[in-house]
Design a protein around this ligand. Structure first.
Ligand code: ZN
Length: 789
């Protein structure tokens, strides 16, 4: 309904002044949502500044490794020896060094196994838990020596689960280093039972293994200004906290194996054939598609091999925080070059024939794509190689190398889901080179700092691969289902990694979506992209904390986001804006021609009741009709006629207005009071679409600070020349509003939820139209059949 608005023009200024002085209205709801975070963030210091940048006394320790490792393909066993040099750049003396023994997480009595809660009922138990509970393998790091490399003297050490403390002969003083040697071995985990982020996969058909080797050598813990030693136990979920250093790794394997590893191969001449070296040279000059170094035919032939000896592959990796490798005689190997601002990077993939045709077509192209897109949004990829390996691990990242799943079916066909997963997982895992491999956050503590930021980057990169992809990880509508769950049963994103319930949302999609909302809705792309790039550049090859991220994003953009960090990262409340009412006003122009005509119309409408319509038939003649004596002045008086007096009054009114006031009075504007309720709790910008009478529409946006004086009920006046027929809040679904039924005014009938009638049927596999299409083709030799392996 439209109401008439009496605009008291001359009192405008005074009223405004009076309102500013007036006490808060009764509906006022005090809130601290827009207060600064204050002590919720750590106090800035000379290591980490209030702007979010590293301070002038920022320091970090460095650890170099010289490792010799041998894989026993008969026994699935790894034997290693490492010389570790620990550089102490901290202001403190270090009497001992903590090392991580990650393989100990697989021992039967590890904290991880003992504290994993489980239950079994009549309906069953997940296969993975069942298998895990049946593990009876001798897994875990076996430390055989810890010694001073110069004197050969043994060093005292203590193993506490997945951590090992080595006592040094003398404390390492500031600016000094110490070296020690560790010898160890362990049984490589069978991925089927142990799962995790590394392991061996057995291919029964050709009696061969693929090894994906990670968390394999005793790795130094980080000692920093935030935690001292980060020696929180490895429980499986919270990943790794690692220092930068230079690596030289010599990997000895059967001489028919192909090895891919973190770092650059140093002795290609010794381990590759002349033909392979020639192909590698060609790959160095090829930028459009991968060149095969080992073809599928050659790899298939290798599967039948018996090795005639061993070969040692030597790799060097500088300024990395970890080292992983993969080895198998089953590997197909392809490579191409990526040019990035004059720097050349080898993009490579290693995969068995079981991964084709999907992998040959996509993997290396995706590695190259990821290197280019991530570099654009952050900083140029600094390493010489970037690699993707297919084996048992579903998706895991290491410096310069990643392990990725997504295997086609045995007949070579695959579902769209498998293809999409391949694209997303390779972009994601190669993308981890930036977060956390280079922007080296503490994964043991904060999963979102690498998974969240990387999922957001994956979203941007995937869309550049295929515009129609990439919505899953960061599109606001996709987090709604999680945000609808009971906030009291959620944990905030800012929770310690091992304590996170809802790991998918809280480590990956909620932080990624938050960044997407910041970029698209709250900050805008220009301010966001600049600040995000600034964060990446400030902290590349360093160790950032959440506060460094939060502060840098504000420092570089000039946008106060404390309310957002508090709500989205430290809180669990959802967004639910409710458009409760819209009141419609029009200015009273005081023009008697208009006003009296409107008054007449509405009086007639009021009198035109059903009873009165019936009376026209029923009362043929009234008393007044019959008796002229009963008539007087009022029988002919028309109260709606505009009189001379009315006209004069109107002219006097118009004469009293300034030209600007007159323009406003004559504008014919509609005034709408929009009333909003914040039902969810989390404030967000208010975005409203107005659909007009004439079929056109427009969108207005108000920043989240519209809620700063009252975080529950607000109203806002919107003026419009055109008449609005429909109001819609958040029309593009960009703020993760968990209830869209209360987003329209007038309310729109809800869409029915469709349901299917099920006939009982077995477990549905993901649809694979490619197989159907092939089955409809006349059979080709070599294309059909084959048992699944
Ligand atoms: Zn990840």
């Amino acid at each position: 309904m439209r109401k008439t608005l009496f605009l008291v023009l001359c009192l405008w200024q005074t009223t405004h002044y009076l309102q500013a002085q007036a006490p808060a209205p009764a509906s006022y709801h005090a809130n601290s949502r827009f207060e600064q975070m204050g002590t919720q963030l750590p106090t800035p210091n000379t290591y980490r500044t209030a702007s979010g940048a590293p301070g002038k006394e920022y320091w970090q320790n460095r650890v170099d490794y010289d490792i010799k490792v041998e894989i026993n393909d008969e026994k699935q066993h790894l034997m290693g020896s490492e010389s570790v040099t620990y550089f102490n750049n901290s202001p403190d003396e270090l009497r001992y060094v903590w090392m991580q023994l990650d393989q100990n997480v697989f021992t039967k009595n590890s904290i991880a196994n003992l504290t994993r809660t489980s239950s079994v009922n009549e309906r069953g138990m997940p296969m993975s838990s069942t298998m895990r509970s049946m593990i009876d393998k001798d897994y875990g790091h076996k430390i055989t020596a810890v010694k001073d490399p110069k004197t050969g003297q043994p060093l005292r050490y203590t193993i506490n689960e997945t951590m090992m403390r080595i006592e040094l002969v003398a404390p390492i003083k500031t600016g000094q280093s110490a070296s020690f040697q560790i010898d160890w071995n362990y049984n490589i985990t069978d991925f089927r039972f142990a799962q995790g982020r590394s392991g061996a996969e057995y291919f029964a058909k050709d009696n061969n293994f693929i090894y994906e080797i990670a968390q394999w050598f005793p790795r130094a813990c980080v000692y920093d200004d935030v935690n001292g030693w980060q020696n929180k136990q490895f429980l499986g979920q919270g990943e790794f906290t690692l220092a930068f250093g230079n690596y030289k790794v010599a990997i000895t394997v059967p001489n028919d194996h192909i090895v891919g590893a973190s770092g650059e191969l140093q002795n290609a001449n010794q381990v590759l054939s002349t033909e392979q070296l020639k192909r590698m040279e060609l790959a160095r000059k090829t930028f459009d598609k991968p060149v095969l170094i080992v073809s599928q035919e050659e790899a298939t032939k290798n599967e039948a091999n018996k090795p005639t000896g061993k070969k040692t592959w030597i790799f060097k990796a500088d300024n990395v925080r970890d080292f992983a490798f993969a080895t198998s005689r089953k590997f197909i190997w392809d490579a191409m070059n990526v040019e990035l601002n004059g720097k050349k990077i080898m993009a490579m993939s290693f995969y068995p024939k079981e991964a084709n045709p999907l992998w040959g077509q996509y993997s290396t192209m995706l590695v190259a794509h990821t290197v280019k897109t991530y570099s654009k949004f952050t900083f140029d990829y600094p390493y010489p190689v970037a690699q993707s390996v297919h084996g048992p691990v579903g998706g895991m990242e290491y410096p310069m190398i990643s392990f990725n799943g997504a295997r086609p079916e045995a007949d070579g066909t695959y579902s769209k889901g498998t293809k999409d997963f391949l694209i997303q997982v390779i972009i994601h895992e190669v993308g981890h080179n930036w977060f956390p491999m280079i922007v080296n956050s503490d994964e043991r503590q904060w999963s979102w700092m690498d998974e969240g930021l990387n999922s957001f980057m994956e979203y941007l990169s995937t869309k550049e691969w295929d515009r129609d992809m990439g919505g899953d990880v960061a599109e606001p509508q996709n987090i709604v289902e999680y945000m609808r769950t009971d906030p009291s049963k959620q944990v905030p994103i800012m929770s310690s990694s091992d304590n996170i319930m809802g790991f998918g949302p809280n480590a990956y999609t909620k932080p990624a979506t938050g960044l997407n909302i910041l970029r698209e809705t709250i900050m805008g792309r220009e301010l966001f992209d600049y600040a995000f790039k600034e964060y990446a550049n400030r902290w590349k090859f360093k160790h950032p904390t959440p506060a460094d991220f939060f502060r840098t994003m504000e420092d570089a953009s000039g946008v106060d986001l404390d309310w957002f960090w508090k709500g989205w990262f430290y809180g669990t409340q959802p967004v639910d804006q409710d458009l409760t009412e819209v009141e419609w006003f029009a200015l009273d122009t005081q023009n008697p021609e208009v006003n009296k005509a409107e008054a007449k119309k509405s009086a007639e409408a009021k009198r035109n009741t059903v009873a009165r319509q019936r009376d026209k038939e029923y009362i043929k003649e009234s008393v007044v009709d019959k008796n002229p004596d009963m008539k007087d002045f009022y029988n002919t008086y028309d109260p709606y006629q505009v009189t001379e007096n009315d006209k004069k009054k109107y002219e006097t009114y118009l004469a009293s207005l300034t030209p600007d006031e007159r323009k406003l009075v004559e504008s014919g504007l509609n005034f709408y009071t929009i009333k909003l309720k914040n039902k969810g709790g989390l404030p967000m910008p208010v975005i409203i679409r107005m659909q007009y009478e004439d079929g056109t529409d427009s969108v207005v946006r108000f920043p989240a600070e519209i809620w700063r004086l009252n975080d529950q009920d607000i109203s806002k006046v919107i003026t419009s020349k055109k008449k609005v027929v429909q109001w819609t809040l958040d029309p593009y679904q960009e703020i993760a509003d968990i209830d869209t039924e209360n987003n329209s005014f007038p309310r729109q009938p809800a869409q029915p939820t469709r349901f299917q009638l099920f006939k009982s049927q077995g477990i549905q596999r993901a649809p694979n139209p490619m197989r159907e299409a092939q089955q409809n083709q006349p059979p080709k030799t070599g294309q059909q059949g084959g048992a699944k392996n």
